[in-house]
Write a protein that binds this ligand. Structure first.
Ligand code: SF4
Length: 910
C-alpha cells in the first residue's frame, strides 16, 4: 500500500487524516472500487429500502408503565415501521446520569399493535350473550346513538348517578383521560377512582404526610449513599430507570434488596434479604427497634418535623387538644411539653393554626420534650399525658430482632446490621413498591417505611426519604388538567372510590369473614352515612339502587378487578349497558355490549408525564387513525353529539344540595367550549396554558424537544430547581412549611377512634390475612414482558417466554404435588379457578405460587387472571372527617389489595 492510500484508508476509518501509517492496514491488499465490481447489487437496495422512510414523528406509550419515554417513529407509505429512542431529554446537570436514551423492549415494538390483528377496526355491538364473543359491525352513528339513548334512559329512570365512568390515570394520557371526565362533569355522571382500586395508592403516604405520593425523580437515586429497594423490582419493571440504580451502585451507593423471591433486582444489589411474604412491616419495625434502642435517631429532626413530641392523653389515647384546656378552644391545636418553660405549649404549624401569620414548623425558642409523662390540669380535671415518641418506644420494644426473626425469617444479626447501616449512612432512602403495597395491610407497611426514613432524618433531604413508583402517579400540570376536566368545577363532580363501589355492587359485602369485630357492612354504613366515603347511586344501602351504565376507556377494568367472578355474577347483570373504548380487544371488551375502536398511541395528540422524571413529552399523530378508529377526544365529542340529539334535559340535585339544570341541547358546544377545544391538540394546549408547571410551553414546542417543568404546584412538597433532580418534602425541611396533616408535620400517631379500636394508632405489624384456607400464597407481581395487560397478546413478547400464562413454583412444592415442569395445572380456591402452565423455579420460595400479572381472559383455557381473588377492604381506609383523612379522589379511599390471596395447585385434567 502506498503512503497516500494508507492515509485515505485511515480517513475512511474515522481518522483525521494524520500522515501516520497504520501497521494493520499495511497487511491489506488495496482493491480499488470494490463495490463497482459486483454484477448484482439488489441485496444492498433491499436492506437500504428496508430502512428508507418518508418521515418520522415523536410519541410515547400510555400503558401506565411509569416510563413516559419519548420515541421517534419512522413512517413509510403511511406504515409506522420502525421505532427508535429519541434521546433528547435535556440533562439536569453533567454530574448526574442522563435520562437518554430511555425506553424498554415493549415500547420498542408497539408498532406490532398499530398495524396488527389485535386492533379494533370498527364499532362493534354485541350479537350474542355477554362474553359469548358474538359481535356485529356497527356504524359510529348507530353505536353512539344506542349508547346515548341507554344513558338518557338510565338518567331519566334511575338518576344520573347510575351512569358510571372508569378510566386510569391522566398522567399516562392526559387528553384521552380528560375527555371522558369532561363529559361526565357536564352530564352529572359518576367518575370512578383508579389508584386506590388497583391498590397502587400507598395509604401510608396520605396517613403520614397528607399527600397521595411525592417521590423523587430517578436521577436523585444517584445522590443516595444507601438505598433499600423494598418490594420494588426496578430491574425488571422500571426498565428505563434501572440504570440509575446500577450507576448509583457503581458510584458507591450500597444497595440492599428485600423481596421474598430472588429476582433481577436482587442480583444487582450488594445484599439480598429474603423475607417471608407479607411480613415486611415487622422487619421495618424491628429496624426501628434497633434505631430506637441504640439512639441512632435524629432527635432534633423528630422534634421539628414529626408529631413525636406531641402530647397524648393517657386516659383516652387522644391528642391533648386546645379545647381540652380552654373554653372554646380549637380541636385542631395540639400541645408539646416545652422544657424551656416546663409546661405545655401549643405547637405551631397544626391545622388549627392554618393560614395564621407565622404558620410554620419553626419551633423558635420552644424546646419540646421528646419523652416523658406529665400531669396536666384540663377543663375536666387533672390527667396524665405522654408523648407520641414515648408511646412509639413502648410499641417498638415488642419488635426485638430475635422475636421478629421468627416472623420474617430474617436473621436477627442481619436486621440489626441493616438498621445500623441505614441509620448511619446519610442520605439514605427506601424505594417502596407493589411487592409490599399490594398486601392487605399496605397502610401499615408504608407507615413503617416512612417511620424509618423520618427517624433517621432523611425525609426532605436530597438523596434521602421514602419514594414509591407504582402506576404513573400524580399528574404534574395539575391546574391545567382540572381546568379541562371539570368545566363546571371539581365541586360539581360526582366521584366514587371504585373499591367501595365494586365491593357493594358485586355483593362481596355479603361474604362472611372474621377480620373485624363488626360485620364489614356496618363500617361501610357508618362511613357512608357520616359522609366519609361517597357511594353511588345515592341511597344504595337503603333502597338497593344499582348502577345501570358503565363506560370504560383506556383501562382494562375487568382485567384488574379483584373479585372477578363475583363481578361477572353479581354486578354485570345489574348493568343495562357496558361500553369499552380501546385500541385492542381486552378482557373488559370481551364482556362489553358495545366496543368503540380508539386511535393507537401513534395516531393522536396527547401528553405524558411520570414521577420518575421531571419532563413533559407528547404523543403526536404520526399517522392517521387506522381503519375506522378515532381518537378518544373525538369519540367523546361524538357521544356528546348523540346525547345532544336526544334533546334531553333534567334538574340534577348534587350531594350537598347544589341544584343544576343540565340541558343536553348545547352539549357539543359545552364540551368544545364553542369549538375552541374541538381538536385534540387544542385540548392539550389548554392543559399547558393553565398549569404553572408548563407555563409558556406549546404542543409544537414540546414536540420539538421534551421540556423540564418550570415550576411546581402548591400541592407538591418541593420546588423544581435548575440543575437539581427533584426530590420530595424540601419545602417542609428547608422552608419549615407545614404539611397538610392534622398536626402539620409527619404524623405517625392517628387518634381517630377507628384507628384506636384497631390498635393502629401507631405503625404496627399485622400478619397477612389468611382467610383463604389454602397452602400457597398467590403472588402476582408486575413482570418484564408486559405492562399490565398490554403486550399479553403480542407475539414478539410472547416468544420471549412460554407464550401462555405460567405459574412459577418451588421444586419442593411441585414434587409434593407430583408435578413436572410444563405441566398444565389448575390454580384454585373458593373464589375461582384458572388453568395455566407450570414453571419449576428455584428462585421462588416454598409456600408461594407466582404468576406475573396482566394475562387476559382469552390467554386462559379456563378462568381469568383475577379468578382466585376477592376484595378485602380495611375499615380504617373508610375513615373520613379527620385532618388528612378525608375522601379525595385517588388520594384517600379503600384499596383493593390481592396478595393475601391463598390458593392450591393440582394437575389439570380437561
Ligand atoms: Fe417507556 Fe413505557 Fe414505552 Fe416502555 S412502554 S418504552 S417504559 S413509555
Amino acid at each position: 500500500m502506498s503512503q497516500d492510500e494508507s492515509i485515505r484508508a485511515s480517513e475512511m476509518l474515522g481518522g483525521q487524516g494524520e500522515k501516520v501509517l497504520s501497521p494493520a492496514l499495511d497487511l491489506l491488499e488495496h482493491i480499488s472500487e470494490p463495490i463497482g465490481k459486483y454484477p448484482y447489487q439488489g441485496w444492498e437496495s433491499l436492506y437500504r429500502e428496508q430502512l428508507d422512510y418518508d418521515y418520522f414523528g415523536r410519541t410515547t406509550h400510555s400503558v401506565n408503565c411509569t416510563g413516559s419515554c419519548t420515541w421517534k417513529v419512522y413512517v413509510k407509505n403511511n406504515i409506522a415501521f420502525k421505532e427508535e429512542q429519541y434521546a433528547d431529554y435535556p440533562d439536569i446537570n453533567a454530574s448526574l446520569p442522563t435520562y437518554n436514551p430511555r425506553g424498554c423492549q415493549k415500547g420498542a415494538n408497539y408498532k406490532e399493535y398499530v398495524h396488527g390483528p389485535q386492533r379494533l377496526k370498527y364499532p362493534l355491538m354485541r350479537a350474542g350473550a355477554r362474553g359469548e364473543g358474538k359481535w356485529r359491525k356497527a356504524s359510529w352513528e348507530e353505536a353512539t346513538s344506542y349508547i346515548a339513548n341507554k344513558m338518557v334512559n338510565a338518567i331519566s329512570n334511575y338518576g344520573p348517578d347510575t351512569v358510571t365512568f372508569y378510566s386510569a390515570n391522566p398522567a399516562k394520557f392526559a387528553i384521552t383521560y380528560t375527555g371522558g371526565v369532561r363529559l361526565a362533569n357536564l352530564i352529572g355522571a359518576v367518575v370512578c377512582s383508579f389508584y386506590d382500586w388497583v391498590s397502587d395508592l400507598p395509604p401510608g403516604e396520605p396517613i403520614t404526610w397528607g399527600v397521595q405520593t411525592d417521590s423523587c425523580e430517578a436521577a436523585d437515586w444517584f445522590n443516595s449513599k444507601y438505598i433499600i429497594v423494598w418490594g420494588s423490582n426496578i430491574l425488571e419493571t422500571r426498565i428505563p430507570d434501572a440504570h440509575f440504580l446500577t450507576e448509583a451502585r457503581m458510584h458507591g451507593t450500597r444497595i440492599v434488596a428485600i423481596f421474598p423471591e430472588y429476582n433481577p433486582t436482587s442480583i444487582h444489589a450488594d445484599m439480598y434479604v429474603p423475607v417471608k411474604p407479607g411480613t415486611d412491616c415487622a422487619l421495618a419495625l424491628c429496624m426501628a427497634n434497633v434505631i430506637m434502642n441504640e439512639k441512632l435517631y435524629d432527635e432534633t429532626y423528630l422534634k421539628q418535623y414529626t408529631d413525636m413530641p406531641i402530647l397524648v392523653r393517657m386516659d383516652s389515647g387522644k391528642f391533648l387538644r386546645e379545647n381540652d384546656m380552654v373554653q372554646d378552644g380549637s380541636p385542631d391545636k395540639f400541645y408539646v411539653w416545652d422544657l424551656s418553660l416546663d409546661r405545655p405549649a401549643l405547637v405551631p404549624g397544626t391545622k388549627g393554626t392554618l393560614n395564621t401569620i407565622g404558620w410554620t414548623l419553626n419551633l423558635g425558642s420552644m424546646n419540646p420534650a421528646l419523652e416523658g409523662t406529665f400531669t396536666i390540669n384540663t377543663l375536666s380535671g387533672e390527667i396524665r399525658v405522654t408523648t407520641v415518641f414515648s408511646l412509639l418506644k413502648q410499641k417498638l420494644a415488642t419488635y426485638d430482632p430475635p422475636h421478629v426473626s421468627v416472623i420474617t425469617g430474617v436473621d436477627a444479626d442481619l436486621v440489626t446490621q441493616i438498621a445500623r447501616e441505614f441509620a448511619k449512612t446519610k442520605p439514605a432512602r427506601i424505594i417502596g413498591g407493589a411487592g409490599t403495597n399490594h398486601h392487605y395491610h399496605n397502610d401499615l407497611m408504608s407507615r413503617s417505611h416512612i417511620l424509618l426514613a423520618a427517624m433517621t432524618g432523611n425525609v426532605g433531604i436530597q438523596g434521602g426519604g421514602f419514594d414509591y413508583y407504582v402506576g404513573q402517579e400524580r399528574f404534574w400540570p395539575e391546574d391545567g388538567f382540572v381546568k379541562l376536566a371539570y368545566p363546571l368545577g371539581r365541586s360539581k363532580q360526582r366521584f366514587q372510590p371504585t373499591t367501595l363501589w365494586t365491593y357493594v355492587h358485586a355483593h362481596i359485602a355479603s361474604e362472611v369473614n372474621n377480620l373485624w369485630p363488626r360485620p364489614m357492612i356496618d363500617y361501610i354504613r357508618e362511613s357512608v352515612s357520616n359522609g366519609w366515603m361517597p357511594l353511588y347511586p345515592e341511597g344504595t344501602l337503603d333502597n338497593g339502587k344499582s348502577p345501570k351504565v358503565l363506560i370504560i376507556w383506556g383501562a382494562n377494568y375487568l382485567n384488574q378487578a379483584k373479585g372477578f367472578e363475583s363481578i361477572l355474577t353479581n354486578l354485570w347483570p345489574k348493568l343495562d349497558l357496558i361500553v369499552d373504548i380501546d385500541f385492542r380487544m381486552n378482557t373488559t371488551g370481551l364482556y362489553a355490549d358495545v366496543i368503540l375502536p380508539a386511535a393507537s398511541m401513534f395516531e393522536k395528540w396527547d401528553l405524558s408525564v411520570t414521577d420518575l422524571h421531571s419532563y413533559i413529552n407528547p404523543f403526536t399523530p404520526i399517522i392517521e387513525p387506522q381503519m375506522d378508529s378515532k381518537t378518544d377526544w373525538q369519540i367523546w365529542q361524538l357521544l356528546a353529539k348523540a346525547l345532544q340529539d336526544t334533546k334531553f334535559s333534567f334538574t340534577d340535585i348534587l350531594p350537598g344540595g347544589i341544584t343544576l339544570t343540565r340541558d343536553f341541547s348545547t352539549l357539543v358546544n359545552d364540551f368544545t367550549e364553542n369549538g375552541s377545544l374541538a381538536s385534540d391538540k387544542s385540548a392539550g394546549q389548554c392543559i399547558l396554558d393553565n398549569a404553572v408547571e408548563t407555563k409558556g410551553m406549546t404542543m409544537d414546542g414540546i414536540n420539538q424537544q421534551p421540556r423540564r417543568f418550570v415550576a411546581t404546584h402548591e400541592e407538591r412538597t418541593s420546588d423544581i430547581k435548575e440543575g437539581v433532580a427533584y426530590y420530595g418534602f424540601q419545602r417542609m425541611y428547608e422552608l419549615k412549611r407545614p404539611l397538610s396533616t392534622l398536626t402539620g408535620r409527619q404524623q405517625f400517631y392517628i387518634d381517630h377512634q377507628w384507628f384506636l379500636d384497631f390498635g393502629e394508632q401507631l405503625p404496627a405489624y399485622k400478619p397477612p390475612v389468611d382467610e383463604d384456607k389454602y397452602p400457597l400464597r398467590w403472588n402476582t407481581p408486575h413482570g418484564r414482558w408486559s405492562i399490565h395487560s398490554v403486550w399479553r397478546d403480542a407475539k414478539y413478547q410472547l416468544r420471549l417466554q412460554r407464550g401462555r400464562p405460567i405459574v412459577h413454583l418451588n421444586p419442593a412444592e411441585a414434587q409434593a404435588r407430583g408435578l413436572a415442569d410444563n405441566d398444565v395445572i389448575e390454580i384454585y380456591n373458593d373464589h375461582g379457578k384458572i388453568v395455566a402452565q407450570l414453571c419449576i423455579s428455584q428462585r421462588i420460595p416454598a409456600g408461594m405460587a407466582h404468576m406475573y400479572h396482566g394475562w387476559e381472559r382469552y390467554n386462559f383455557e379456563k378462568g381469568g387472571f383475577q379468578s382466585p381473588t376477592t376484595i378485602r377492604m380495611k375499615p380504617t381506609q373508610l375513615v373520613g372527617g379527620y385532618g388528612q383523612l378525608e375522601f379525595r379522589f385517588n388520594y384517600w379511599g379503600p384499596t383493593a389489595s390481592q396478595r393475601d390471596t391463598r390458593v392450591n395447585i393440582r394437575k389439570y385434567i380437561s
